[in-house]
Write a protein that binds this ligand. Structure first.
Ligand SMILES: [Zn+2]
Length: 339
């Protein structure tokens, strides 16, 4: 598993003066500015003119001699003779800087995510919390031959592959139960999809996910933002990974010979999910995103572009207005991914 780098946070925390000194630059301060000879190995202007200036507060620099400019991270890259536009190489430099200067960022969690893990109410504050604990049971008696899935064109092979089935009891009564596995392949819960859309209300949403529960003095929390649906089935990084919003799109693409498909289980993509997406694609590989063609899908794509594009090549397959991946025939899907 690769260490996640939050470039924005790293850039915000890196102290440029420290970085400059690390590379042996003798910092001559004039207020917030440093002026001196250009230390960059690729500098090709006059060597003995003070063409290099850095704004220590803003963490940016430029050289009037060689024309180089950028932020502290890009400066470090240039000092390491790395092209800052080479995402994978820049990441290596960023990782080294993070380890040296901001080791507190290396835990893979943003402060924001840490706050969410705090129990909300006073009464539960003292109880230990476990997130996405493996289930110690499996739902039995699911009806894998229920017409809901078959009528939507899913084959018995697809239904069995994903372990789907209609549930007639308990929390998922009158829903199709969808087993959810974390990144290690452990069953951590079930989602349930309503089979009769006319019953959908605020209290009876289309999809139901596991809630928070307390047992033997421990709080059990479920968070879908910490893994990708179908992610655990991809055992090694692939050349091409398809990312969709929903479960049904994963099933449909699997059935049409596109098994390397994962879903974020909704229009949001968390940083952890983005990290997992990157880890599932070889450097030089492509992340193909195919969101539903609506407002939420647009947001989904924008989030992915922001989080993933600095690590991997990403291509957005735009569907026509109102369409979703399950509307595409096998021929249309093949056409989409060939070019
Ligand atoms: Zn220069």
């Amino acid at each position: 598993m690769t260490t996640w780098i939050d470039f924005k946070e790293l850039r915000a925390r890196l102290d440029f003066e420290t970085v400059l000194k690390h590379y042996g630059v003798e910092v001559k301060r004039k207020g917030k500015q440093h002026h001196g000879y250009c230390p960059l190995p690729n500098h090709n202007g006059k060597k003995n003119s003070p063409s290099f200036s850095a704004n220590l507060e803003k963490g940016i620099f430029q050289c009037f001699g060689c024309g180089a400019k950028g932020n502290a991270l890009e400066f470090a890259a240039m000092m390491e003779k790395v092209d800052p536009k080479d995402g994978a190489a820049l990441r290596e430099v960023a990782l080294a800087l993070q380890k040296r200067f901001c080791p507190e960022l290396g835990n893979g969690l943003k402060p924001k995510a840490a706050q969410i893990s705090q129990p909300k109410s006073e009464t539960v504050k003292k109880l230990p919390t476990v997130v996405n604990a493996p289930l110690d049971f499996e739902l039995k008696g699911l009806d894998a031959k229920h017409p809901y899935l078959l009528n939507r064109g899913f084959t018995q092979e697809t239904i069995d592959h994903f372990g789907l089935g209609f549930c007639s009891r308990g929390m998922l009564k009158d829903r199709v139960a969808i087993p959810l596995h974390d990144h290690d392949g452990k069953l951590v819960g079930y989602a349930g999809r309503v089979v009769d859309d006319s019953t959908i209300t605020e209290d009876n949403p289309r999809y139901r996910f596991p809630g928070e529960r307390e047992r033997d003095g421990t709080i059990f929390e479920f968070r879908k933002t910490l893994f990708l649906y179908n992610g655990f089935r991809i055992n090694a990084p692939v050349d091409d990974l398809i990312v969709v919003e929903g479960f049904t799109s994963v099933w449909w693409l699997f059935q049409n010979d596109l098994p390397n498909t994962v879903s974020t289980m909704g229009a949001d993509c968390s940083e952890r999910q983005a990290e997992l997406i990157v880890s599932l694609v070889k450097p030089g590989g492509i992340v193909w995103i195919m969101p539903d063609a609506d407002k939420a899908g647009e947001r989904h794509a924008q989030t992915l572009l922001t989080l993933v594009s600095q690590h991997r090549l990403i291509r957005w397959l735009k569907l026509s207005e109102g369409k979703q991946p399950t509307d595409l025939s096998i021929e249309q899907l093949k056409m989409s991914f060939i070019n």
